[in-house]
Design a protein around this ligand. Structure first.
Ligand SMILES: Cc1cc2nc3c(=O)[nH]c(=O)nc-3n(C[C@H](O)[C@H](O)[C@H](O)COP(=O)(O)OP(=O)(O)OC[C@H]3O[C@@H](n4cnc5c(N)ncnc54)[C@H](O)[C@@H]3O)c2cc1C
Length: 220
């Protein structure tokens, strides 16, 4: 089923990432980590659906999306033109990333979106103990919700930059060297979300480090 929802507010949270607050349809339920198909309700765009993840909490009276905009022919660049009272078309929630237990949340760029809702829910439930967020970014200005994650997790929010030298952050990709340095407990879950390439590489490396299939959570 498709729901037509009004935009309540839209703002920039980085130079190319928008936060979009939208109305929540009646009786609409999602689990933290789930996504849905989204289209912009403007002439010619209604059928151009793209998947985005809910970043709000299930109990909130609105829905929130965090959308990275890419330049080119695609849909996400049109998010730059959206205003309050414009409409989106959203489908039913789906997805295989959900919270199973304490562990490491490993993300590349906008791949952090399923972990926003999951970590906000854990914070609301007082269950942030033992959770670690590792986020790979191109540069400092690409880090999504840095202040919020730092307040939530303190030193258990570890950023690395792949395209900028900066004394305040670790340098390089989330590879074997990085994981060996920062993973201190292999008994919990490993949640991975990024580009297909990054997800594949990180999972392969985690397995080399002894992580079992049933400890891995990612979008299949
Ligand atoms: C389950 C799921 C949940 C998702 N949740 C979110 C979310 O919450 N927030 C979010 O911002 N994105 C999310 N994405 C990714 C998002 O769906 C894509 O970024 C979006 O579909 C791109 O649409 P587009 O029409 O702008 O680009 P497309 O027309 O698909 O591609 C145009 C160009 O944009 C660039 N591009 C597009 N996507 C990517 C990418 N992922 N990495 C690098 N370059 C890219 C490429 O240069 C590409 O050639 C999710 C994807 C999945 C599968």
């Amino acid at each position: 089923m498709t729901h037509t929802v009004r935009i309540i507010a839209v703002d920039n949270i980085t130079h190319d990432v928008k936060r979009v607050l939208i109305e929540k349809p009646l009786d609409y339920h999602f689990e933290p980590g789930q996504a849905t198909e989204v289209a912009i309700n403007k002439p010619g765009m209604e059928n151009q659906k793209r998947p985005f993840t809910f970043t709000s909490l299930p109990a909130d009276d609105h829905l929130e999306l965090v959308v990275k905009m890419y330049q080119g022919e695609g849909v996400t660049q049109a998010f730059d033109e959206l205003n309050t009272n414009d409409e989106l078309l959203i489908g039913e929630p789906w997805g295989s990333i959900s919270y199973k237990g304490p562990g490491y949340f490993i993300a590349g760029g906008a791949g952090v979106t399923p972990f926003i809702s999951i970590l906000r829910k854990l914070e609301a439930d007082g269950k942030l103990e033992g959770q670690v967020l590792m986020l790979s970014n191109k540069t400092e200005k690409d880090i999504i919700l840095e202040v919020e994650f730092r307040q939530m997790l303190g030193l258990k929010f570890i950023n690395t930059l792949t395209q900028e030298q900066n004394d305040r952050y670790f340098q390089g990709r989330i590879d074997k060297n990085f994981l060996e340095k920062f993973v201190t407990d292999y008994s919990g879950y490993f949640y991975v979300c990024g580009t297909q390439g990054m997800t594949k590489d990180v999972i392969k490396t985690l397995k080399e480090l002894g992580v079992k299939d049933d400890q891995l959570v990612y979008e299949k």
